[in-house]
Structures are given as structure tokens and as C-alpha cells.
Design a protein. Structure first.
Length: 463
């Protein structure tokens, strides 16, 4: 038998952490944590780590694996491609790329009646950049609008769209910064309004900004804004706006030629119970981006869809968008297998049902712990907000909860568990929950049971 190239690796946890300390740049998000875990395996909604620990994965890699870790149907398709067409230059066509393109375009047409075309790239940031190229090519404008709290990537171009100043503060000026408007984050309103009486003040203020030339953005018929870039539900804290939020301003700004660019990278692919989150909100975007669960986390291949008139070959000619690995055959087969797996399920029925079941469990926790200000959910996109009774956030409380969950053992029905929690929100006071879409009721019960024990511990700290 031949010698495996990995046979002589020294892989003790101590050795691996020494390598981390001495050889890696710490500029990635791993090192937001003081003690990042070393993972050794995964299955369905569970990660396995050193020391035999089992971790309930409540975020599925920031919604990158909606269909579960080690999904056998998707994994088998990639394994077969590895044996047949593992590499192919992006200058060539191959069947999987063409088929997944057709199936995505057809699915959007069936839901919207709008014909479009797609292209591929590598990861979320680059496909958002491709979307911005489409905007500039068609409008001739380089200025866009976004929402406060938005996250659209950390490349230099997408940093202009992402709200967090800390991503930009070390890189000098960003002259192309987007125009930002407050989002309908009703648990932490920018305007200090109450949802019961605000009459969607934030939405009306967006309309107002475009209504008069002396507000600096628009005249009666036009505007310097080429596109409004949206996360329909925000990834920063899985913030779910009211259902009529967009209906008050999107039609009006479209009259001035503004394109609607919908970033579905975290909230698409049935995460909210619809194939796309925009389907809940009564509008159809001009441009849509997909990544993360587009390949169920098996490849960084991403996709941008746009209305046909924006990207047909007469407008968006060859070479406008390309990356060497954008059409990688291992990625496109992962996307095709993921798409077919997803479309064969009944997620439009099961995800809302499971989401309601999960949300009811969170409401029970809210009744028990007075530091839980609110819980909310749309499908299996859920959030838990830590704040006092006036809504003042407990800063960094979600980060503390995630550390407690990750570093301590909890027992549920005779099994020992740890938990991976995503901290979010404008003050790191929100627990973001995005379990895999095939989660069972018993797995939800286990998650709620472990969360209860985590909250018992953090309650002593917050109190």
C-alpha cells in the first residue's frame, strides 16, 4: 500500500494551536474568539470537535449549509464529478453549469413572470461586485443606496456597501461610500419610534429623501442613485422587517430609474420558507445574488441573476465579469445537486411549520428570562434580542452567550452537548438562529433545552 501524504502529520490539539499562534495571520473571523474550536467532523446539524465534543450547529455556517452537513445526495454528486470532470477551464462550457443556470432562471420566471439570465463567480463579495457592474453598465451611475446594518462583503468595493465602520477604518478613504438609510429594525429603532404607532416612519423617510431636489439625491424625474442594494431580512441580526416596509418606497424610487439589487445570500434558498425572501414582501428585484447555500457550503461558486434586458449579450458583452474559478465544475455540480435536492423537498410547507414550532419554544424562554426583550422569526430565520424592558441593548451579551455555549457541556436526555451560537445585532446583543432546514421537532426540542441552560448561566452575568 502507498503512503498517505497525511500519515505523518502531527495533529494533536496542542500542536495545531501552536501552528495557529505562530504561522497564521489573525485577520480572519476565526480570531473573533479567544478559544476557537478545532473541528473534526460534521453531520446534519452537528459539528464534532477535539475531545469528542458534539456541538449543536444553530447557524449552519452563517446559513451556508441549509440542507445539512454531509448531505449525501449533494456530496455524492460532487464525488462523482471528482472522478470524471474535476477541472475545466472557464473558457469552456460544461453541462452542469448550463443546467443549473436554466433551472434557476426557470424557477425565478415561474415565481415572477420575469425573464432573466445568470452568471457565476466565486463567493458572495465577488458576485455582489458583478451585480454592481450590471448596475453601472445599465445606469451609468456609480452611487448606490443601502440600509444601515447592511452586510454585503469585505472586498474593497463591497466595503462601500457594508454598514460596519470597523471593516473600513484602517484602509483610508472610501470615496464611493453608499448612501445609507435606517432599516426597519423595530427592536432598536434608529428614530426611537414604536412599531405600534410609527406608521413605518423609516420607510416614509426614504421616500421623502427622494422627493425633493433640495434633499440632495433626486430631482422630479431622476436621481444620482443607480441602485438600492437590499438584504430583505438583514444578516447582521437576522432582522425581519414588517411585511409592508418595502411597498411604501420601492415603487416610488423605481419611477426615478433606481434598480433594486436583492442580496439573498443569507436569506434565500428557502431559509425564510420561500425560495427567495423577497417573495414575502410584494416586489420583484431587478438583480438577485446567491452564494453560501447555493452549493450547500461545498464550493464558493456564487450566482447573479438579472433581468434579461440588463445582461443580454448585446448589453453585457463577453469579459464584463469573470473569475478563474467562477465556473468550476466541482462547484457547478454542487450547485446543480443542491438546487435539485432543494426543489424536490416541500420546504414551502415544512419550513414555516418548523419555524413556528421553534419560535414557540423561544417564546417560552422569553417568558422565563426577563433579559430577553424579543424573539422573532420568518421560517427558520430566527432571532433572540437581549435588552432591558425599555429596549436598551445589553452590549456584547450575545457574544458572551456564544462563549458559554461553546465552552461548556450541557445535558439533554442523557446526552452531553455543546452549542455553536451566532452573535449579531448592532450591539452584539442578538442571537441569530438558522438551523438546517431538515431539522426535526426532537432536534428543535434539544436546541431549546440547551439554550435554556445557556441562558441560565448568562442570566447570572447580565443580572
Amino acid at each position: 500500500m502507498g503512503t498517505n501524504v497525511f500519515d505523518n502529520l502531527q495533529t494533536s490539539p496542542e500542536m495545531l494551536r501552536q501552528i495557529d499562534n505562530q504561522y497564521l495571520s489573525w485577520g480572519d473571523t476565526v480570531h473573533y474568539q479567544d478559544n476557537p474550536i478545532i473541528v473534526t467532523g460534521c453531520q446534519d446539524g452537528v459539528m464534532f470537535g477535539e475531545g469528542g465534543h458534539k456541538y449543536l450547529s444553530t447557524g449552519m455556517w452563517h446559513s451556508s449549509c441549509n440542507f445539512g452537513y454531509r448531505n449525501q445526495q449533494i456530496e455524492n454528486a460532487v464525488a462523482e464529478q471528482l472522478r470524471t470532470l474535476p477541472q475545466a477551464c472557464g473558457d469552456f462550457l460544461h453541462a452542469e453549469k448550463l443546467l443549473v443556470a436554466k433551472e434557476v432562471v426557470d424557477a425565478i420566471y415561474e415565481r415572477t413572470g420575469v425573464k432573466g439570465r445568470v452568471s457565476f463567480n466565486v463567493g458572495g463579495s465577488l458576485v455582489v461586485e458583478d451585480a454592481l457592474k450590471i448596475v453601472r453598465k445599465n445606469t451609468g451611475k456609480n452611487k448606490v443606496a443601502v440600509m444601515m446594518g447592511a452586510y454585503h462583503g469585505r472586498s474593497f468595493e463591497t466595503l462601500n456597501l457594508s454598514a460596519s465602520h470597523r471593516y473600513r477604518e484602517y484602509y483610508n478613504e472610501f470615496p464611493g461610500r453608499a448612501q445609507m438609510f435606517p432599516f426597519a429594525n423595530c427592536s432598536q429603532c434608529f428614530y426611537d419610534k414604536k412599531r405600534e404607532t410609527c406608521e413605518l416612519y423609516c420607510s416614509r423617510m426614504i421616500n421623502k429623501a427622494f422627493s425633493n431636489e433640495h434633499y440632495g439625491l433626486a430631482s422630479e424625474r431622476s436621481t444620482e442613485i443607480g441602485a438600492f442594494v437590499l438584504e430583505v431580512c438583514q444578516g447582521r441580526g437576522y432582522v425581519i422587517p414588517p411585511k409592508d416596509f418595502y411597498q411604501d418606497f420601492i415603487p416610488q424610487i423605481r419611477e426615478k430609474g433606481v434598480l433594486i439589487l436583492d442580496d439573498e445570500i443569507q436569506v434565500g434558498m428557502y431559509r425564510t420558507g420561500k425560495l427567495f425572501a423577497f417573495e414575502h414582501y410584494g416586489f420583484v428585484p431587478d438583480i438577485i445574488t446567491l452564494s453560501k447555500s447555493f452549493t450547500n457550503g461545498l464550493s464558493p461558486v456564487s450566482l447573479v441573476w438579472a433581468r434579461d434586458e440588463l445582461v443580454n449579450p448585446d448589453v453585457f458583452t463577453p469579459g464584463h465579469a469573470h473569475s478563474n474559478f467562477a465556473n468550476h465544475p466541482l462547484g457547478t455540480v454542487a450547485a446543480l445537486a443542491t438546487w435539485r435536492y432543494m426543489m424536490a423537498q416541500d420546504y414551502e410547507t415544512t419550513v414555516p411549520q418548523k419555524g413556528d414550532y421553534f419560535l414557540n419554544g423561544l417564546r417560552r424562554l422569553q417568558e422565563k428570562y426577563d433579559f430577553i426583550y424579543s424573539v422573532d422569526g420568518l421560517g427558520l430565520l430566527l432571532n433572540i434580542v437581549f435588552a432591558d424592558e425599555q429596549g436598551t441593548p445589553y452590549g456584547r451579551s450575545a457574544s458572551i452567550a456564544s462563549e458559554i455555549a461553546q465552552d461548556n457541556d450541557f445535558e439533554w436526555k442523557g446526552e452531553r452537548w455543546r452549542m455553536l451560537l451566532q452573535a449579531g445585532g448592532y450591539d452584539l446583543n442578538v442571537i441569530k438562529l438558522a438551523p438546517y432546514l431538515d431539522i426535526t421537532h426532537s432536534e428543535i426540542d434539544c436546541t431549546i433545552g440547551v439554550l435554556d441552560q445557556v441562558f441560565e448561566k448568562i442570566g447570572r452575568i447580565i443580572a
